[in-house]
Design a protein around this ligand. Sequence first.
Ligand code: MTE
Ligand code: MO
Length: 164
Amino acid sequence: MSGISAPPRSVRAVSAPPGSLVLRGELIRPFALSVADLRGRWRQHRADVVFECAKNGPQHHTFEGPLLRDVVGDARPAFDAARRKDRSRFLLAVTGGDGHRTVLSWAEIDADFADSPILLATALDGRGLDMAGSQLVVPSDRCGARYISAITSVWVGTCVFPEP
Ligand SMILES: Nc1nc2c(c(=O)[nH]1)N[C@H]1C(S)=C(S)[C@@H](COP(=O)(O)O)O[C@H]1N2
Ligand SMILES: [Mo]
């Protein structure tokens, strides 16, 4: 018996090339995606948004892309999908190429809760984001801070609370 065996699939790290992102965390099927994948694999939605930037004032943009819910749903979060209470325990953390990170709750994007049409953008004002990477679009936010650009990672999971 000799040779080098491949690592077991379950511990294989998922990494993403430039311009693409990884879905990771408490997922049954974590995967990496390019902007072209985001455009080709899920129905595209359009959002005309205005958000306020503390530094630059109001910004008006048109985005296109799939619903965050549809994409992350296909990675199969490790909750009981039939139980609303179980789904409501989950969080998402979205990280940009510069390390800027924001959090969402699963309930924000869940159709049985806030049902917010949050997108992973594939185009900004008619230009593809293939080189830059996807951008988070949060139409209900008044402020632009959660419009994370150059997304590299979407983590999905539950919070571990310290003992009292
Ligand atoms: N990766 C990343 N995305 C980011 C930020 C950042 O610092 N890093 N700043 C946010 C803030 S504060 C705002 S107001 C918007 C600005 O978007 P714009 O540059 O398209 O106007 O981007 C958001 N997305
Ligand atoms: Mo901002």
